[in-house]
Design a protein around this ligand. Sequence first.
Ligand code: GDP
Ligand code: MN
Length: 379
Amino acid sequence: MKVHEYQAKAFFAQYGVPVDRSVVCKTPDEAVEAYEKLGVDKAVVKAQVHTGGRGKAGGVKLGTSAAEIRSRAEAILGMNIKGFTVDRVLVGEAVDIASEYYVSILVDRKSKCPLMMLSREGGMDIEQVARETPEKIEKIVIDPLVGMTDFLAREAAFRLFDDMAQVKQAVPLFKNLYRLFIEKDASLAEINPLVKLKDGSLKAIDAKMTFDDNALFRHPDVAELFEPTAEERKEHEAKEKGFSYVNLGGEIGCMVNGAGLAMATMDMIKLYGGEPANFLDIGGSSNPEKIVEAMKLLLSDKHVNTVLINIFGGITRCDDVAKGLLEAFKVVETDIPIVIRLTGTNEEEGRKLLEGTQFHVGTSMADAGRKAVKLSLGK
Ligand code: GDP
Ligand code: MN
């Protein structure tokens, strides 16, 4: 789960990571009010969206008067950055930057540990640094059982700074950042840039955090910041109905019982040259309400032009599933072709029930896959 810069900065402040003073605003009036409240000459207006690269997209602008701040806020509010519409800006005191650094802690799959990344080439485009001059990014693996010890924090600080004045500030800063990362079950805590100001002090002027969705239940303060995209909202609603649903952007809607079978079904669609619209595991039961809900979910995706239902009847019997499907499709209205493959207990009886209906019945997984792809491609 992502949060906005201003929300990440609030966590930073709570954990003693120094940040610039700033106020989040929804209108140009509020931005002017914030500017006056900050009582500074120069301020920065920053778009708050769930994506990076705002600076390059024109979403970070400096202003030196109330009028200028107003026009900056007017320009940035409503702006579209990588598909996200800006509905909030952060107005912060502009700082006098001497140099910019990159610091992050993330979960590293390779070492299966938290990993700290540091670079003296902080600022706008760390991806470019990683691509072109990877030697300029320092990596420190942190043993989660030991944590961020003083010596490790000092080692990290010395990799970034030559001067003791900054090393002394960086050590507690890194320890606090790590504590925040661990205590809130974050998957990323990133400062880009961490700046050294002209007076030698360090400040995080940008903040990015993402959190482990599976740990949100123990962090209500994080969970309440959830602002789902349309897709995420759908996935969330599906979860509440007992489905696992992931949108994949293709044309063949899949309704499957069991996660393994669902994955195999998607692979098969790919194999025959089609594109799965989604992963959907409807779980064990075959009751018509569940099938209706699942169909509604699939059909709410306007890209779906074919539906493939692939059910393995183990404890649930195939004839029950077929009855459930027939029942469900009395309620769901659609002219989208539907391919059904039933296998397992009572599959013969199940298939018989579907004979002469609007459904295309697949006799095997491969047969159903081929049929669905053909229908989807309009062949
Ligand atoms: P991002 O592009 O989405 O990562 O947004 P950032 O918050 O990192 O801002 C991009 C760049 O704007 C930074 O690297 C800085 O160079 C600049 N910037 C941001 N805040 C300030 C500020 O207070 N003063 C000055 N002079 N520059 C700033
Ligand atoms: Mn940044």
